[in-house]
Ligand binder design. Structure first.
Ligand SMILES: NC(=O)c1ccc[n+]([C@@H]2O[C@H](COP(=O)([O-])OP(=O)(O)OC[C@H]3O[C@@H](n4cnc5c(N)ncnc54)[C@H](O)[C@@H]3O)[C@@H](O)[C@H]2O)c1
Length: 348
């Protein structure tokens, strides 16, 4: 449904061909915005954009290796930038590509610089729960909810810490955005997404990997880690709704958590996937040789409730069902699990 605030608003979505980006594009088109996607299609696909493709402008551009004039020309005459382009993947990918994810430092800088040069009204930038110190997330069965102050990009004289190179790049991206706000009056904010899932995500991410292995009837079924690690799984439509609200309401660089505040252990998510798919392996193996990240992670979402009047709406069961429906409709069973697909963002 069109929304007067967004009708004919000229917006850019960097990384708009991505999993989250493409859902954001669909939503923006529905509410009446005029959308330009900028993406280099390194992990995003045109297929992700099939619902909106005929209504949007698509620019194939590499935001790491572009020159400023090129980005400025693409940004010109737009009002809002949703910045989601990033070298990114699930835990297996980010752990094994520390140099590649460092390209995010450059991508972010180019986007902020071009936004400034083209008088963009607001930049809403995708950050991550990886911007939090891992030492707050190392105890299994913790009930601690990460608060934005635990990684405060405004307090640069206090110690900061983040989760590997990818998390540092996200945290520095937040700091860069605030620097442009402080020095030049740019407006916007960063949103800390946490383990988003839903249709169009790839198998390097936990939930899609669990569904992929169940579709292939992997038996013994492999779960990375002990299965005791927990995460705050957030359905993509909730992330998209929070992102649009942030563009309406926040200007001062404040980072905002978008999660659910609820944690599920990986072994319990796998059990739900088996139930919903009507199949169960005879044997499950917990593969502790694989990268799994922190022991526990869930976000305090009181700031999002207060500033955005936002709350997640989709339960894990509902989100899993929608994701399984999509995955089984769009992926044929091959009869084996390709380990590379779990690490490398291959298009299946
Ligand atoms: N999926 C999650 O759980 C999650 C969690 C926290 C944060 N995020 C962040 O949200 C954003 C979207 O995530 P996603 O899961 O949809 O990721 P994704 O990998 O599907 O999206 C990244 C997009 O950026 C594009 N891209 C990469 N490098 C580029 C470059 N140099 N120039 C132009 N485009 C480039 C890719 O082609 C892709 O479309 C990313 O910034 C990611 O870091 C995602």
């Amino acid at each position: 449904m069109k929304n007067t605030r967004w009708e004919d608003k000229r917006v850019i979505v960097t990384g708009g061909a991505s999993f989250i980006g493409s859902h954001l594009v669909d939503r923006l088109v529905t509410i009446g915005a005029k959308v330009t996607v900028i993406d280099n299609f390194s992990s995003g696909t045109l297929e992700n954009l099939s619902q909106s493709q005929h209504k949007i402008n698509i620019i194939n551009m590499d935001l790491e290796w572009c020159n400023l004039t090129e980005v400025v020309n693409a940004f010109k005459d737009h009002e809002i930038v949703f910045h989601l382009a990033a070298t990114h993947g699930g835990r297996g990918y980010i752990n094994t590509h520390p140099a590649d994810v460092s390209s995010n430092f450059a991508i972010d800088h180019h986007v902020f610089e071009a936004s400034l040069k083209t008088n963009i009204e607001k930049v809403i930038s995708a950050s991550s729960a990886c911007a939090y110190p891992t030492k707050l997330q190392d105890t299994t069965d913790s009930n601690y909810l990460l608060r934005e102050e635990d990684s405060n990009p405004f307090k640069l004289n206090e110690p900061l810490s983040a989760d590997i190179e990818y998390g540092w790049a996200k945290l520095i991206g937040e700091i860069q955005l605030i620097a442009f706000i402080k020095q030049y009056g740019l407006k916007g904010c960063s949103l800390r997404f946490v383990t988003a899932y839903g249709p169009r995500e790839n198998e390097t991410h936990a939930i899609i990997a669990l569904i992929y292995k169940a579709l292939e009837k992997m038996d013994p079924y492999h779960i990375w880690g002990t299965g005791e690690q927990d995460r705050d799984f957030t359905y993509v439509s909730d992330i998209v709704e929070g992102t649009v609200l942030a563009a309406e309401k926040v200007t001062d660089g404040t980072p905002i958590n978008l999660g659910t505040g609820i944690r599920y252990k990986l072994k319990d998510v796998a059990a739900k996937v088996f139930d919903l798919m009507g199949w169960k392996p005879k044997k499950t193996v917990f593969d502790t040789s694989k990268p799994v990240g922190v022991a526990t992670r869930a976000l305090d979402i009181s700031r999002a409730k207060k500033l955005l009047n936002w709350e997640p709406k989709i339960s894990l069961e509902e989100g899993l069902q929608k994701t399984i429906n999509w995955y089984t409709k769009t992926h044929a069973r091959k009869g084996y699990v390709d380990e590379k697909v779990l690490m490398e963002r291959l298009i299946t």
